[in-house]
Ligand binder design. Sequence first.
Ligand SMILES: [Zn+2]
Length: 311
Amino acid sequence: MSSKPTVLAVDVGGTKMAAAVVDLDGQVLASDRISTARSPDAEVLFGGLRSLCERLLASGLGVAAIGVGCGGPMLYPRGVVSPLNIPGWRGFPLRERLGAALNLPCVVDNDAKALALGERWRGAGQGSDNMLGMVVSTGVGGGIILDGRLLDGLGGNAGHIGHIIVWPNGPLCGCGARGCVEGVASGTGLARRLNTALADGRSTSLQPDANAEEIAVAARAGDGLAQELYRTAGEGVGRGIASAAALLDLDRVVIGGSIALHAWDLLGPPLQAEVGAAARLDFTRDVRVLHAQLGDQAGLYGAAQLAFSLL
Ligand SMILES: [Zn+2]
């Protein structure tokens, strides 16, 4: 058995649940994943996660704590979760249940905060004490590391850059406001904006409710509306980054999530251009915007960092 402390890192998402035994050097000693059960039954969902974790613990690697990154909203630090993309868990006491089931100390935090920690440890954020980690995916989330520490805020919600308003009277966001980064640039935001444009009679090759990937394919094939949707999405994210850089005095911003990973060719150029146009202060002009390096592993590495913080 390794003499270094090891932890169980868990990444809970709407489509998959992943877990890994990770040591202090970032070595993954064992890992596994399952599809998230399509069940409205909270216990069926938990049973799948518990079995996944128990299989990894059975390897006898001497795990000392559990760290979990999970979609919000949640009550922090209690770890009572109601992930938007897991309808079967509403007010589910994940931290208490998983800790009791595995008889280990357990911490549960927001998945975007976990991504920020993971990218800082092993990815594009290495060496930075002042960074914003962003997820641009079905929604838009973020985690802030300032002066070397992950910020939590009053209820653990620090870093919600998805709801910075970047487009006055802009498109409706899921939160009810208009012009949030998430309403402009997330997968759900892009689809909603497409539907609004269709209702306004705009011509396009796209069908109603096309997803972000389909809109990206159309944009690359020359569809004007699809290109406009991604251009304005990139500008919206860039404007949000410029504001965050002024507010927080950042060294860099690291962007992951499925839209950033699969459509950076469309999102990245208008985003970088807008950061250049909007971040004009001496200390914001040099903020670097980098593509995440760890793909879907970032959340696991971040969850490991959360667990190490318990030791
Ligand atoms: Zn919003």
